[in-house]
Design a protein around this ligand. Structure first.
Ligand code: NAD
Length: 326
């Protein structure tokens, strides 16, 4: 079976490609497991080594003709992760609309022309929520995004649900928590600091905290979210029913708790590399995001969260092969 991952050169898309390759099989549109015969990645750029392992196509999802070029008629699984991330879509309204909204619709339209409706997994976000929120959100909380990015994700969810109802795709949208710890360099996501305050100190570098340390974050590790993408794909259509969107499980922690866990694992001198440097632009965006959820539906569907923030930090240290003396 052929698999397409948009955003396949990105942080999560590339890991997902590696995980699918290691698994070797996915459920096809008929519900039975099929050997994965090709994994195609669409992105504007790829990390070193990707091109030798995967079928990488460099291109802009929102440019005319690109989707038609990458989506083969017998593609059975589409994972749609390409996006202009939160800070980027807020800084450039037109770019966010073109890629996150028009690009998503164009991809869905192209799926209608495939041999059969593919399973379609869409990376949405808890940025779907905002405004006056209860302290703990649940499966009944109404999305009310307060950023362009959040709005584009919610419209994408509605499109995925509608295209599924029509039988054009078999869609599933996952509202991702903030994924921590992201390796590499800071990115344009307003939540970038949530990884930076762990990653930079562990690399011996200073890190600027743009929000107060009382700020709560709803987070999940890269390992658990990759499991979630595959689990979402593998669940039978009937398990989703008419509700094609789910809030993924996560853990709720404050920045202060994250830094305390870092100090326990790597020592107080490492955690002290983080200093508060308020940034009003980031604070305005982050304060609209929810920090705690009850995710009964996701848990009933078999999704799972990390055990705690220490496990999340230890996973990063292990993945990166860092030597840490606590
Ligand atoms: N990482 C998180 O904390 C988080 C949280 C919530 C939701 N998400 C969503 O998960 C998905 C993956 O996130 P990520 O952390 O891997 O981000 P990422 O920025 O590393 O990956 C997104 C990829 O999309 C690509 N892309 C952007 N515009 C494109 C275009 N026009 N054509 C083709 N490719 C394009 C980028 O080059 C990038 O490689 C995104 O949709 C994001 O909105 C991520």
């Amino acid at each position: 079976m052929k698999v397409l991952i948009t955003g396949g050169g990105g942080f999560l898309g590339h890991r997902l490609a590696q995980a699918i390759a290691a698994r070797g099989a996915l459920a096809g549109p008929d519900g039975r497991e099929h050997a994965v015969t090709a994994i195609r990645l669409l992105d504007t750029a790829f990390p070193p080594g990707a091109e030798s392992r995967f079928d990488c196509v460099a291109g802009d999802l929102s440019a005319p003709g690109v989707i038609e070029r990458v989506l083969e008629r017998d593609t059975g699984a589409v994972f749609h992760l390409a996006a202009v991330v939160s800070g980027g879509a807020e800084a450039d309204f037109d770019l966010g609309m073109r890629v996150n909204l028009d690009g998503t619709r164009a991809l869905l339209e192209a799926c209608r022309r495939l041999a059969g409706p593919p399973r379609f997994v869409f990376a949405s976000s808890v940025a779907a929520f905002g405004g006056d929120l209860p302290p703990v959100l649940d499966d009944t909380t109404t999305p009310n995004p307060q950023t362009s990015y959040g709005m584009q994700k919610v419209v994408g969810e509605y499109l995925v649900t509608e295209f599924s109802r029509r039988g054009f795709i078999d869609g599933r949208s996952l509202r991702l928590p903030t994924i921590v710890v992201r390796p590499g360099k800071p990115n344009l996501a307003a939540s970038s600091f949530a990884s930076g305050i762990i990653r930079e100190p562990l690399n011996g570098e200073p890190s600027a905290l743009p929000v107060p340390d009382t700020t709560g974050i709803w987070l999940l590790s890269p390992g658990r979210v990759i499991e979630a993408f595959i689990h979402a794909h593998e669940l039978a259509s009937a398990a989703w029913g008419v509700n094609r969107v789910v809030n993924l499980p996560g853990i709720s922690v404050t920045v202060r708790e994250m830094l305390a866990a870092l100090a326990r694992i790597a020592g107080p001198a490492v955690a002290a590399r983080v200093t508060y440097q308020p940034d009003e632009r980031i604070q305005r965006i982050v304060k609209t995001w929810p920090a705690a959820f009850r995710t009964d539906r996701a848990l009933a569907l078999g999704f799972r969260a990390d055990a705690g923030i220490e496990d999340v930090i230890r996973e990063y240290i292990r993945d990166q092969g860092l030597a840490v003396q606590g």
